[in-house]
Design a protein around this ligand. Sequence first.
Ligand code: NAD
Ligand code: ZN
Length: 363
Amino acid sequence: MEIPVRAASHSYSVTIGKGILNEAVAAVNDLFAKADKIIVLTDENVWSAQQSYFEANFPHAFRLLVMPAGEKCKSFDNYNAVQTYLLEQKCTRKSMIIAFGGGAVGDLAGFAAATYMRGIPFIQIPTTILAHDSAVGGKTAINHALGKNMIGAFYQPEAVIFDTIFLHSLSEKEIRSGMAEVIKHALISDAHWVEELLEGDRITGLPEDLLANYLAHGIQVKAAIVEQDETEQSVRKYLNLGHTYGHAIEAAAGYGRVAHGEAVMIGLIYSLLLSEKYGKVDHQFTKRFLHFAIENGYPFEAVQEFTFEQLTEYLLKDKKADYGQLQFVLLETIGQPFVQKVELEQCREIDRQLRALLVEVQQ
Ligand code: NAD
Ligand code: ZN
């Protein structure tokens, strides 16, 4: 299946399906024909799990750099190592980067491509569920010691090729993490879809066809938003539902221990509680959604490990915080997001409600 992304700066397509790598690469042969060198950037976990399928189905000669796995590849040191490699390989403005991995590889490779010689083309070949989100839309970044994703660029890929075969080697934790972003896409767009998810099977054990269908749906939601607002001046903010409080949990826990999407799920519950106050979301819905999240194994125990004061430090670092005031994406009703400024005292009260609800629901 092909999904067009018509971003203001540049249009491209996302191809998604099972076993499509070879065919989808052939379909964008004109991009490859222009490239003088092809550099595949991947990480050690992805490469050890998927090397043989990739090599058997990627039809071009390439040079390979295997990077440290996960968030570690988004360090300044690794960014430097990648640029050194590109220079050593005598890459030019016509060289093409392939980001083969999850969101971490994609963010790093995209930023390396955006900045090497002021920008060279790159293609995303995502390998995680989460990357149905991160590989589309052109946000690229690396981390700074003082904050995650603080150094980056908006830079769109030339194409996204999403072969769902790569998802077979994901751990349950990574499936759960990625599904939180799928659920986020449902919450900001479509109440019926949310119902279907809540009523459906365990989200870590979805039939493959249904999963592919949900991923395509999520990509369509994201593409439609990015087409309206590539650089997050307005509606793109909706994609941050659950991310303000989620990022604080993720950062406080130390990156990696609570996966990005696991933290986002905790943040989604927090935004539902805020949405009861500022929108029309019903408390019964929040409770039902929380039951669903707990049954699916999201690690809510992480909340109890920190005080609100500890989380505040991270909440205030949020890129959406304007002049010290916090901005949240909330839901008027399911499927209808809006942006709301919230005072810190109110955040503290909702944090207290979240902790009380967790005790109530888990008893
Ligand atoms: P990740 O890339 O760190 O991958 C998670 C783990 O799974 C890693 O250890 C990785 O090595 C391993 N892995 C990846 N694919 C695998 C496969 N097919 N088989 C076995 N193991 C595999 O994490 P992620 O969840 O994909 O992405 C998270 C990152 O994405 C964060 O850095 C986050 O900031 C970023 N992100 C970016 C955007 C964006 O719009 N650019 C959006 C959301 C998240
Ligand atoms: Zn996210």
